[in-house]
Design a protein around this ligand. Structure first.
Ligand SMILES: N[C@@H](CCC(=O)N[C@@H](CS)C(=O)NCC(=O)O)C(=O)O
Length: 205
């Protein structure tokens, strides 16, 4: 097998690099600087027609959703390590958190980042910012209430943590970290002290 990942540091492809690292799976990782002109180029669109990151290949199989990629890798190449199956009591919790980290919360966080960091000030819409802050706070309260001290989402570390921690990282690097609660900050610290996270973050073009 030759697994191939196009990786842009600090983007959602970091989830994939982190999962590969945690699972000890080798892949060809092509690390590039996030350059929107390249994302829009015909070359890149032939890899990912949405012009988004990540894009992952396993032979003829192409996947463009970060949480789907990590689940695919773990199930197909790591005997399901860091995942749960239908036979497990916490299967429902696993699925919920794996998807909450992107599908449940990602849209609100994207809007928050657009309205507080990415867009030039004169293009921001105050009402959209209010909405994004309110919805992100709602999600973060749910996270804070759900976390247990000194633990991960399912007790042991899993892909669900990779999904959620990346989004917390995004909130922090865009200077919205003040929105995280005490338990959430401690959880983030715990997860990002893992060697696999540090190694993944060190990957540069
Ligand atoms: N749901 C997708 C989201 C992909 C996505 O939005 N990626 C961002 C980087 S974190 C991107 O490509 N941004 C570039 C742009 O929108 O121009 C996933 O989790 O893979």
């Amino acid at each position: 097998m030759t697994l191939r990942l196009i990786h842009f540091p600090q983007s959602r492809s970091l989830r994939v690099v982190w999962a590969l690292e945690e699972l000890g799976i080798g892949a060809e990782i092509e690390t590039r600087n996030l350059d929107r002109r390249y994302l829009k180029s015909a070359d890149y669109k032939s890899l990912n027609p949405l012009s988004k990151v990540p894009v992952f290949f396993d032979g003829d199989v192409r996947i463009i959703e970060s949480t789907a990629i990590i689940e695919y890798i773990a199930k197909k190449y790591a005997d399901g390590r860091l995942t749960r199956g239908a036979e497990d009591d916490d299967f429902g919790a696993y699925l919920q958190w794996l998807h909450f980290g992107e599908a449940g919360m990602g849209g609100y966080v994207n809007m928050l980042i657009a309205q507080t960091a990415l867009l030039p000030e004169d293009q921001r819409i105050p009402a959209m910012k209010v909405w994004a802050v309110r919805e992100t706070e709602n999600c973060l309260s749910f996270v804070e209430e759900s976390l247990v001290d000194n633990s991960y989402l399912l007790g042991e570390f899993s892909l669900a943590d990779i999904s959620l921690v990346y989004l917390l990282f995004l909130i922090k690097i865009t200077r919205n970290g003040h929105m995280l609660g005490e338990k959430t900050n401690a959880y983030f610290k715990r997860a990002t002290e893992r060697q696999a996270w540090k190694t993944s973050c060190a990957l540069a073009p």
